[in-house]
Every structure is written in C-alpha cells, then in structure tokens.
Design a protein around this ligand. Structure first.
Ligand code: ZN
Length: 146
C-alpha cells in the first residue's frame, strides 16, 4: 500500500516536475551528469546570504532522477545551507543504509525503495550531488576551508 503511494508520488513528479525551468538571476549554478544512466541536470540556486531563497533545475533523465530533482527543489526552499547539506546526508543515508527514515526527510522518504536497486541510487542522488557542488562552489563567494 505504502509502496504504491510512493510509486505514485515518484511518477507524478517525473511527469510533472516542479521548479523545472532555467533561472536567469540565479547566483549559483552547477551541472550534474550520470554517465551510467545518461541523466543530465542543471541546477539553479538563488542564495540570499546563507538561505536558499529559490531553486530550479532543467535536465534530461530517467523518471527517478527527474522526480528526485523535483522533490529536492520542493524540499529546500527557505532552508539554510547547513540544513540543505544535512538533508543531503539524510537522503544519502536513506538510500544506502537501513537507518530508519527521519521525519526531516518529509516526502523524500518515497525514495527509500530505490535502495534495493543499486544502479538507480545514482539516479536518485544526482540532483543532490549537484546541489552539493552548487552550495560549496567557491567561485561565487569565498568558502571557509576549516
Ligand atoms: Zn537515471
């Protein structure tokens, strides 16, 4: 039952991805590519200080990578950089370990089932890896290396 609901959410987001457009005034961008599956993704971030004010993506990829990017952009608006990176960690845990999903993941728990398909884990984490490089890219502003 739960799996069906999760499936539905993933299919919905892959068919009608949210925040799927380029952003002219983004102040951070990053690109991700998964050669195994062929998923490509461009991520746009509008940071206000340390807060993710807005984010969007464009890309061509499989259903899992598109749905993951869509749900990620929905989950991160208004979050601080630290919160975003923490969520990334939790999401990665969800996909690679048996750790029970924490509440903070919200809708992202729908990707828990991907754990059983190792080849697909990269599809689901592509957007998040791209996010990490967008958040930690030092070209936009100096990043502390401590
Ligand atoms: Zn893929």
């Amino acid at each position: 039952m739960v799996d069906d609901l999760y499936q539905e959410i993933i299919i919905d987001h892959s068919k009608r991805p949210r925040n799927c457009h380029a952003m002219e005034d983004a102040n951070r961008r990053a690109e991700g590519y998964d050669p195994l599956c062929g998923d490509k993704l461009k991520l746009f971030l509008k940071m206000e200080g340390d807060v993710v004010r807005d984010l969007s993506f464009v890309g061509a990829g499989c259903a899992i990578s598109t749905a993951s990017a869509s749900l990620m952009t929905e989950s991160l608006k208004g979050k601080s950089r630290d919160e975003a990176l923490k969520l990334l960690e939790k999401f990665h845990e969800l996909l690679t370990t048996d750790t029970p999903a924490g509440k903070e993941l919200g809708k992202l728990v729908v990707f828990g089932g991907v754990r059983e398909y190792p080849a697909r884990v990269k599809c689901a984490t592509l957007a998040w890896h791209t996010l990490r490089s967008a958040l930690t890219d030092s070209s936009a502003e100096p990043v502390s290396t401590e």
